[in-house]
Design a protein around this ligand. Structure first.
Ligand code: AMP
Length: 214
């Protein structure tokens, strides 16, 4: 079961992917997380990617495709995976088709205002990458991760000006991607407008699609 999650930054794909990944034993592959790890470690890839990421732009297709291709060839991906944040362009979708057969594409949707509110309140753990929301799902102690005690911070690309740029980039790139997967008859829409307290309503829609494709 190879699944692709599409949707704008802040729509909740990452949170849903983490839950489904645990429940269905499917590795959650987030290109954003992998790239941030490289940036933090200062690897050559991280050094190259950093400028694009800080500006809210997309990292070049070849760079991202290389890390995804390597990741899905690992033994733990043999029974399937959830791709979160890849592909983001038609060129990436075509490249992906060359090395993995995709079974289902879930397109997450939520109103623009909801998305901006979600991203701007998000706080991420430096250590384990768990995410919280300053208003909707705050940590027990401000600035400290409930899961591992790590320091919570606001990602530089989650500040207001950059969010708008990322959403603009998303709008530009997304239409051809949606058309591509609709033509392949793989696309299912997920209403992701529900509040985090109702996340099971989002999970339920995803599981319905997963069961259909099993
Ligand atoms: P995300 O956490 O998925 O929103 O990704 C954060 C940033 O990483 C994006 O704004 C891009 O700069 C970069 N990135 C993640 N995935 C991709 C991708 N598939 N193609 C190009 N850039 C990406």
């Amino acid at each position: 079961m190879n699944i692709v999650f599409l949707g704008p930054p802040g729509v909740g794909k990452g949170t849903v992917a983490a839950i489904l990944s645990a429940r269905h034993s499917l590795p959650h592959i987030s290109t954003g997380n992998m790239l941030r790890e490289d940036v933090d470690k200062g690897t050559p890839l991280g050094v190259e990617a950093r400028g694009f990421m800080d500006a809210g732009k997309l990292v070049p297709d070849e760079l991202v495709t290389k890390i995804v291709k390597e990741r899905v060839s690992q033994p733990d991906c043999k029974s399937g995976f959830i791709l979160d944040g890849y592909p983001r362009t038609s060129a990436q979708a075509r490249a992906l088709q060359e090395f993995a057969a995709i079974d289902a594409v879930l397109d997450f949707k939520a109103p623009f205002k909801t998305i901006v509110e979600r991203i701007s309140g998000r706080r991420t753990c430096r250590k384990c990458k768990a995410t919280f929301h300053a208003k909707y799902s705050p940590p027990k102690k401000e600035g400290v991760c409930d899961k591992c005690g790590g320091e919570l911070y606001q990602r530089s690309d989650e500040k207001p000006g950059i969010i708008t740029e990322r959403l603009k980039v998303y709008e530009e790139q997304n239409k051809p991607l949606i058309d591509y997967y609709r033509n392949e008859a793989l696309l299912s829409e997920i209403d992701a407008s529900f509040h985090i307290d109702n996340i099971e309503k989002i999970i339920g829609q995803c599981e319905k699609v997963i069961v259909q494709h099993k």
